[in-house]
Design a protein around this ligand. Structure first.
Ligand code: SAH
Ligand code: DHB
Ligand code: MG
Length: 222
């Protein structure tokens, strides 16, 4: 089988799994539709990845979740569905327009009592969270500017407890992390290396299929 055939098959498998488990989730579909209409880039997690992360957060018994990079709130809806009624998801977003779209999508999903979108540069917002002692979070999902992943990992390690999960999106980047030629690939490779070498973490990089091959780094704080 050549590479193109393999890619076609991988996509078919992804669609098969998607249709098997999520034939029509109107709230999630509406979130994607309105995000597209508002001109947001279509770089949300896939339905299957959203489902996987919801499952991980549920399995972790999460009550407090932190997300870095909100976009239109698609992953935030998945993750916050794992939370109990009194749970909290704080999501950090630099772009006011993205945050506005996300708040509307979260509202329609009936999750505005649980999800709080904070607008600003995640570097500053993370420093403020640490300063204010707002941790620990049970799950942290890193999905903003890829160049900052190593710094976001450092900040995350100050906002977790033993047993927390740290997730990092886009950590395979179509395979570019194998031989990085640009800064985003270099930083995500560095992020993966730090996760692998940090004695406080036990993790894996899970390759995932979407339009292209990407990956989700999953690490548990030991
Ligand atoms: N988690 C979302 C996708 C996030 S896309 C989902 O799967 O549905 C990445 C987001 O990070 C974009 O909305 C972008 O505006 C935001 N972002 C980029 N740099 C940032 C920064 N320095 N601080 C906070 N958010 C940032
Ligand atoms: C990009 C960012 C993402 O978070 C993602 O999931 C896919 C692509 C990007 O910046 O290209
Ligand atoms: Mg992403």
């Amino acid at each position: 089988m050549n590479t193109d055939d393999t890619r076609g098959l991988l996509e078919e498998i992804d669609v098969y799994i998607e249709e098997l488990f999520e034939p029509s989730d109107e709230v999630l579909k509406a979130a994607l539709r309105d995000s597209r209409r508002a001109g947001l880039p279509e770089i949300n997690v896939s339905p299957n990845q959203g489902r996987l992360m919801q499952l991980l957060a549920e399995t972790a018994g999460a009550r407090r979740i932190l997300e870095i990079g909100t976009l239109g709130g698609y992953s935030a809806i998945h993750l916050s569905r794992a939370l109990p009624e009194e749970g909290t998801l704080i999501s950090l977003e630099i772009d006011e327009h993205h945050a506005g779209v996300a708040r509307k999508n979260v509202e329609r999903a009936g999750l505005s009592g649980i999800v709080e979108v904070r607008v600003g540069d995640a570097h500053k917002l993370l420093a403020a969270l640490i300063e204010a002692g707002e941790g620990p979070f049970d799950v942290i999902f890193i999905d903003a500017d890829k160049e900052s992943y190593p710094e976001y990992l450092d900040a995350s390690l100050r906002l977790v407890r033993v047993g927390s999960l740290i997730l990092g999106d886009n950590t395979i980047r179509g395979g570019t992390v194998l031989d990085p030629q640009e800064e985003t690939a270099r930083s995500t490779r560095e992020f993966n290396r730090r996760v692998a070498e940090d004695p406080r973490l036990y993790g894996i990089v899970l390759p995932l299929i979407r339009e292209r091959i990407d990956g989700l780094t999953i690490a548990r704080v030991m």
